[in-house]
Design a binder for this molecule. Structure first.
Ligand code: SAM
Length: 211
């Protein structure tokens, strides 16, 4: 995963803003949805910080912890925002300890569509624990409507991995979007009280989950 994004760090922002339908507007929408009084923000898979570019326009002094596997992406973020309160962590968010009751809001943008339900549920539990009471998790990602589509992408991923002899633990870049219904179920399962789809353009979808 890290090698995949390191090779794409140059030109990454232009690709997301102009080639991926819904993303440009999604960054703006995510910033609008941030709770007014949010002070501590956790960004999972922050990359070069496109969501933060918009968030800093409304909240220039917000404290951000940004976690990403790819150092080359974090370097770009740091270059764009040298004066902001950002703590950058080069780590795998599945392994990293987020702590408990620390954040007002957690966000993720286009980083969750490669993983199994089991792995996502484990990660969402950690996000839930890391949020303060009443805190929110806002996810913008590639999601589908129909279960048949989700099943198709997961089974194609399995087939290709088998054909190419890629072990389960090894990363292979293939998108496996979940349905909006399944996303809502996974987030509800870990304890979020209110979970709603908030916005969608093409397949780019925002879900807000409240602790
Ligand atoms: C498509 S980019 C999105 C970056 C940014 N959020 C945006 O929308 O521009 C996905 C990012 O997630 C990061 N990522 C993927 N899996 C990760 C993991 N397990 N732990 C930490 N970062 C991860 C990648 O390194 C990459 O920077």
């Amino acid at each position: 995963m890290s090698d995949f994004f390191a090779a794409r760090a140059d030109g990454y922002d232009e690709h997301m803003l102009y080639d991926v339908e819904g993303c440009k507007e999604g960054y703006v929408k995510m910033a609008e949805l941030l709770p007014q009084d949010a002070v501590q923000l956790l960004d999972l898979g922050c990359g070069t910080g496109l969501e933060l570019d918009e968030i800093f326009k409304n909240k220039p002094s917000i404290n951000v912890t940004g976690i990403d596997l790819t150092q080359a992406m974090l370097d770009k973020l740091k270059q764009k925002h040298p004066d902001k309160n950002i703590s950058l962590v080069n780590a795998n968010y599945f392994d990293y300890d987020f702590g408990t009751n620390k954040y007002d809001v957690a966000v993720s943008f286009q980083t969750m569509h490669h993983f199994s339900h089991k792995d996502k549920i484990k990660l969402y539990s950690k996000v839930f624990a890391a949020l303060k009471e009443g805190g929110q998790y806002i996810e913008c990602d590639y999601m589908v409507i129909r279960q048949e589509d989700e099943d198709f992408y997961y089974s194609e991923n399995k087939r290709i991995r088998k054909e190419q002899g890629i072990p389960d633990k090894e990363f292979y870049h293939y998108d496996t979007p979940c349905t909006i219904d399944n996303q809502i179920k996974m987030l509800s399962k870990v304890g979020f009280r209110i979970v709603k789809m908030n916005w969608r353009v093409e397949n780019t979808t925002i879900i807000v989950a409240q602790k």
